[in-house]
Design a protein around this ligand. Structure first.
Ligand SMILES: Cc1cc2nc3c(=O)[nH]c(=O)nc-3n(C[C@H](O)[C@H](O)[C@H](O)COP(=O)(O)OP(=O)(O)OC[C@H]3O[C@@H](n4cnc5c(N)ncnc54)[C@H](O)[C@@H]3O)c2cc1C
Ligand code: SF4
Length: 491
C-alpha cells in the first residue's frame, strides 16, 4: 500500500471533459487525461483493504487493481502495465468505455467517492504505448494447431491474442469490412476513437493473428471447410438481433434500429479522411456534409440534421444515439423509457458492493435532451409514408408491472425515431444450424463449463453466450475460452 493515509488526505479528481459547445461539433473523444502527478495522487487513495472487492467482485477480468494502484503511486509505471496486461488484453478500451463496476465495489465507495480505477487503468496503458513498452509478444514455440475465430469484437480479439501467444495459428473471420465488432461499428467515436483499435491490431498481427474481413462464416466459408481446416473453432459472433417495437406505423420512413444509425456515423467518420468528393464529383455518391466533413451516403442514409428525434430506450445505446444526433444537428431530442426513473441513491435492497441501480447520466445527456420515464409507445404517426410523431402514454408501475394512466396520451413530434431497446440474441445463421448447436430459451448459445458448445471442438464466448453485455465481460469470456481451447488442443 503506497500511502496509508492517502484516502483521508486526497479527494477524488476526475479527468476534465471538453466543453459541450466545443465537442458537439466533432466526433473526437470527450474526456481528457489527468496530469501524471495528479493521477499518482489518485492512486494513493487506494486503501489496499483486506478484501479488494474491486478486483474479486467488481471487475469481470479480475484486474489486479490494488497492486497497480500501489505501483502507480510509487511511479513504477512499467510494472503496473505488466500487471494490467496480465488480466486484460484491451485496457485502452475498458479504460475508455467500461462502466467500471470495480468502482461501484471499491471499499471507499461505502461512504466516499471511489478510487478513480478506470482512469488509472487508462493512463497506465496510454503511457505504455507512449513510451514504447507495448510490443508484440509472439509465441517462442509454435504448436502446429490451427484455430478459427468467428467474429472480431472484444471476445474474438482477446481470445485471438491469448491463443496466438499459446503458439497456435489463429485466423479471425469477420463479416464486416473492418475488424472490431461493436467497438468499431456501434460505439460512437466520441467515446472510443477507432485509431485505438487499429493500434492494438498492429500488435495482434505482429503476433501472427490473421484477420479475414468481409467473410461471413457459414456462407463465404462453409462449416465443413472450417471443420476440415481448423483444430478448434470459437464462435464470438455477438448478440446482434435487435429488439423490435411492433406497434402501428413501424414501417414508416424515419423509424430505424439504433445500430444501423450508429454504424452509419462510424463509417462516415472512418471515411472522413478521403478527399472532398462533393466538389470533385457533383451528383456522385458523396453528397452529405456534417461538421465540415464530406462523407459517402446512399439513399438509405439515416441522418438527424434539422429533425426532431425520439430515442426509444433509456439505456446506453440510446444515450449513444443522443450524442450522435446532437452532433448531426438535430433540432430536439427526446428519450423515452418504459421503466420508472431510478432513484438518486442506492435503495436498501441494492447495497454496496453490488452494481447501483441508480440514475446515470452520460456525456450525451449533458449535451442536451429531454428524458421521459414510465412512458409507453403506442403508435408511430406519419404523413405520406413518412414519420411525423410518436403517440405515447404515461405508465403507472406497481409490484413490477405497469398499467396505462387513463387520459394521459400525448404525442412527441419526431421525423426520426431510433429503436434502442436492446438486443435479443445471437443470429441463428447457417453456422449454428450446420453444427446443430443447442441454444437456451433466450436463444443464446449453450456451452459447458469448458466453454465448448454441444458440438465437439466448437467453442463459444462473449455476447453470443451471455446475451448483450459489456466489453469487459466479453474480454473475460474470450480469455477463458482461449484457455479452455488451449487445454483441448494440448496433446
Ligand atoms: C451501441 C452500443 C454501445 C455500447 N457501448 C458499450 C460501452 O460503452 N461499454 C461497454 O462495456 N459495452 C458497451 N456495449 C456492449 C459491448 O459493445 C458488447 O457487449 C461487446 O462488443 C460484445 O463483444 P462480442 O465480441 O461478444 O460481440 P460483438 O462486438 O458484437 O462482435 C461480434 C462480431 O462478430 C461478427 N460476426 C457475427 N457473425 C459472423 C459470421 N457468421 N461470420 C463472421 N463474422 C461474424 C460481427 O460482424 C461482429 O463484428 C455497447 C453495445 C452497443 C450495441
Ligand atoms: S476493466 Fe472495467 S471493471 Fe475492470 S478495472 Fe477496468 S474499469 Fe474497472
Amino acid at each position: 500500500m503506497g500511502k496509508p493515509t492517502g484516502f483521508l488526505q486526497f479527494e477524488r479528481q476526475d479527468p476534465p471533459k471538453r466543453p459541450v459547445e466545443e465537442r458537439v461539433h466533432d466526433y473526437q473523444e470527450i474526456e481528457e487525461r489527468l496530469p501524471v502527478r495528479a493521477l499518482e495522487t489518485q492512486a494513493a487513495r487506494c486503501m489496499d483493504c483486506g478484501v479488494p472487492f474491486c478486483h474479486s467482485f467488481g471487475c469481470p477480468v479480475r484486474n489486479l487493481i490494488p497492486d497497480f494502484n500501489d505501483m502507480v503511486y510509487k511511479r513504477q509505471w512499467q510494472r503496473a502495465l505488466d500487471l494490467l496486461h496480465a488480466t486484460n488484453n484491451l485496457p485502452e478500451v475498458t479504460g475508455r468505455v467500461c462502466p467500471a463496476p470495480c468502482e461501484a465495489a471499491c471499499t471507499l465507495a461505502i461512504n466516499q467517492p471511489p478510487v478513480s480505477i478506470k482512469q488509472i487503468e487508462l493512463q497506465i496503458i496510454e503511457r505504455g504505448f507512449e513510451r514504447g513498452w507495448v510490443q508484440p509478444e509472439p509465441a517462442p514455440v509454435k504448436s502446429g494447431k490451427k484455430v478459427a475465430i468467428i467474429g472480431s469484437g472484444p471476445t474474438g480479439l482477446a481470445a485471438a491474442q491469448q491463443l496466438a501467444r499459446q503458439g497456435h495459428e489463429v485466423v479471425v473471420f469477420e463479416k464486416a469490412d473492418r475488424v472490431g465488432g461493436i467497438l468499431r461499428y456501434g460505439i460512437p467515436d466520441f467515446k472510443l476513437e477507432k485509431w485505438v483499435i487499429d493500434r492494438r491490431l498492429e500488435q495482434l498481427r505482429a503476433e501472427g493473428v490473421v484477420f479475414e474481413t468481409n467473410v461471413e462464416a457459414g456462407l463465404d466459408v462453409s462449416p465443413r471447410y472450417l471443420r476440415r481446416t481448423f483444430d478448434a473453432i470459437l464462435i464470438a459472433a455477438g448478440a446482434r438481433v435487435p429488439r423490435d417495437l411492433k406497434i402501428p406505423g413501424r414501417d414508416l420512413d424515419g423509424v430505424h434500429f439504433a445500430m444501423r444509425y450508429l454504424t452509419q456515423q462510424n463509417r462516415r467518420n472512418a471515411e472522413k479522411d478521403t478527399r472532398c468528393l462533393l466538389c470533385e464529383a457533383p451528383g456522385g455518391p458523396f453528397r452529405q456534409k456534417t461538421a465540415g466533413v464530406f462523407f459517402r451516403d446512399g439513399d438509405d442514409a439515416i441522418h438527424a440534421a434539422g429533425k426532431n428525434v425520439v430515442v426509444i430506450g433509456g439505456g446506453d445505446t440510446g444515450a449513444d444515439c443522443i450524442g450522435t444526433a446532437r452532433r448531426q444537428g438535430a433540432k430536439e431530442i427526446v428519450q423515452i423509457e418504459l421503466l420508472p426513473e431510478p432513484p438518486r441513491d442506492r435503495p436498501s435492497d441494492n447495497p454496496w458492493p453490488t452494481w447501483p441501480r441508480t440514475i446515470r447520466s452520460s456525456t450525451s445527456h449533458e449535451e442536451g435532451c429531454e428524458r421521459l420515464w414510465s412512458i409507453g409507445a403506442k403508435e408511430f404517426i406519419g404523413e405520406d409514408g413518412r414519420l411525423t410523431g410518436l403517440r405515447c402514454v404515461k405508465l403507472e408501475w406497481a409490484d413490477g408491472s405497469f398499467s396505462e394512466v387513463p387520459g394521459s396520451e400525448f404525442t412527441i413530434k419526431a421525423e426520426l425515431a431510433l429503436l434502442a431497446m436492446g438486443f435479443i440474441r445471437v443470429e441463428h445463421g447457417p453456422l449454428i444450424e450446420h453444427f446443430g448447436l443447442e441454444v437456451s430459451d433466450r436463444g443464446a448459445l449453450k456451452v459447458g463449463a469448458n466453454h465448448m458448445t454441444t458440438a465437439p471442438g466448437v467453442f463459444a464466448a462473449g455476447d453470443s453466450v451471455l446475451g448483450a453485455s459489456l466489453v469487459v465481460r466479453a474480454i473475460a469470456l474470450g480469455r477463458e475460452a482461449a484457455a479452455a481451447i488451449g487445454r483441448f488442443l494440448r496433446p
